[in-house]
Design a protein around this ligand. Structure first.
Ligand SMILES: C[S@@+](CC[C@H](N)C(=O)[O-])C[C@H]1O[C@@H](n2cnc3c(N)ncnc32)[C@H](O)[C@@H]1O
Length: 426
């Protein structure tokens, strides 16, 4: 099997695959990215890390065992997740110890660093503990920019008034909701602008030279920069927002490139900003059987939440748990509201009542999507936006017909998003 095939086979989590096969798949995926740096030369640091890992797991049997035990302990994870967790657990220590990280982190430096971390028993234990227990925990605020656009759509359809109630599952550091509510303050924190390209075929290669749709881009940016009047913004995560080790872990989940490009400054800024009075956080494991602990979830009126969102969360779950989350989300959504799933996923072509989850590759073109379940028609998932990467800096308004489906909210009239939102003049 060549590397490309080895990679695409990592799309599925195959239950009960022998540990040796899963370790093999992890090593092959790292070999692939050594040869093909993600995002070309710009991500040479990531390749340098993988190259050093490959080298050291040959040189040091204890490192080979550590990787083997980690893979054995996490049967639910895809190869890509396994690779990212390995990266984040080492990166966390490197960031702590080197103020100028990732300056100078070439293959030789990573090799020495990996070796020195393995020789230090307390650091090694920390890495092992992160590998065995942590979830990927990023909270890039740009992911949340689809929400103001969906809010615009709901408002245009008289689903909501001036204010909106949002319940966000798996909100990590709650940056997304915080950012939404800060947009109406003079905070200077804004979403980055979005480019909307013309609907194209699903081919990721085609996404490189597509035409920018100026009108849709203007409409999208207009909506994403509109103030969001949150009445209740509630983020739920099983990790505590107050525990500094959780904050350190979430920060370590940024990519090397994001550290290099000082995205981390923006991230830190959002972290120290006071939480807006309408944004709350609740620590709760959504898989906990004891639902009575989940006491705060009702907004103060009779209905449910206008929007229940799950961003880049379900992907890391087992199939069974995904469905538990999706059922839970419906339960808390208002009958006039929507459930929004944003993930490496797509609506099942044959069965629009089902979502297919894909490999969480942050660099691959347009596999990160926003999928909406309209509670007025709760039998169908509809694709709303596609993002170029998991960092959500480029968007496409869905593929072909699916855009029409969202904009028409169940009525199949052929209107585009701008017309639908009644913003043709922007
Ligand atoms: C990749 S992060 C996504 C964070 C945020 N939604 C975003 O897109 O930026 C996934 C989050 O889901 C949370 N999570 C995982 N399992 C959970 C559970 N059973 N209950 C609550 N939160 C959970 C993790 O702690 C983590 O913060």
């Amino acid at each position: 099997m060549d590397s490309e095939n080895a990679l695409s086979s990592s799309r599925l989590v195959v239950p009960n695959l022998p540990v040796s096969k899963r370790v093999g798949s992890l090593l092959r995926s790292m070999e692939y990215f050594v040869q093909n740096p993600p995002n070309g030369e710009r991500d040479d640091i990531e390749s340098a890390f993988y190259s050093a890992v490959l080298d050291q797991q040959h040189a040091r049997p204890d490192f080979g065992e550590l990787i083997q035990d980690f893979v054995a302990a996490r049967p639910e994870l895809t190869t890509t997740h396994t690779r990212y967790l390995l990266r984040s657990s080492f990166q966390k220590i490197a960031v702590r110890q080197h103020a100028d990280y990732p300056e100078g982190f070439n293959q030789t430096k990573w090799k020495n660093i990996i070796s020195s971390y393995l020789d230090d028993s307390s650091i090694k234990n920390e890495i092992v503990s992160d590998l065995h227990n942590r979830h990927l925990q990023t909270n890039i605020k740009d992911r949340y920019k689809s929400l103001p656009v969906i809010i615009g759509w709901m408002r245009a359809n008289k689903r909501i008034g001036h204010e909106v109630n949002i319940l966000d599952f798996g909100s990590s550091r709650n940056h997304g909701l915080k950012h939404l509510s800060l947009m109406d303050k003079i905070s200077g924190v804004r979403f980055s602008d979005t480019v909307v390209v013309e609907p194209i075929s699903e081919s990721p290669a085609g996404s490189q030279d597509t035409l920018v749709n100026e009108r849709h881009t203007a409409a999208f940016n207009h909506h994403q920069n509109m103030p969001v009047n949150l009445r209740v913004g509630l983020g739920i995560d099983k990790e505590s927002i107050d525990d500094p080790t959780n904050a350190e872990w979430a920060r370590a989940n940024l990519t090397h490139r994001e550290f290099k490009e000082h995205k981390v400054d923006e991230y830190d800024l959002l972290d120290i900003m006071p939480v807006s009075q309408n944004v709350r956080f609740q620590q709760y494991d959504l898989l906990d059987a004891d639902q009575s602990k989940f006491f705060e979830v009702s907004p103060d009126d009779q209905g449910g939440f206008d929007i229940v969102s799950m961003f880049t969360m379900l992907n890391q779950m087992s199939e069974t748990d995904r469905h538990r989350f999706l059922r839970l989300a419906r339960r808390y959504a208002d009958p006039m509201g929507v459930v929004v799933v944003q993930d490496f996923a797509r609506v099942n072509q044959d069965l629009s009542t089902d979502i297919e989850f894909l490999d969480a590759d942050w660099n691959k073109g347009f596999s990160h999507r926003t999928i909406v379940l309209d509670m007025l028609k709760p039998v169908k998932y509809q694709e709303a936006f596609l993002y170029a990467t998991g960092r959500c800096d480029k968007v496409q308004i869905a593929v072909g017909e699916t855009a029409v489906k969202l904009v028409a909210g169940g009525n199949t009239a052929a209107v585009n998003l701008a017309e639908f939102l009644d913003v043709t003049s922007v």
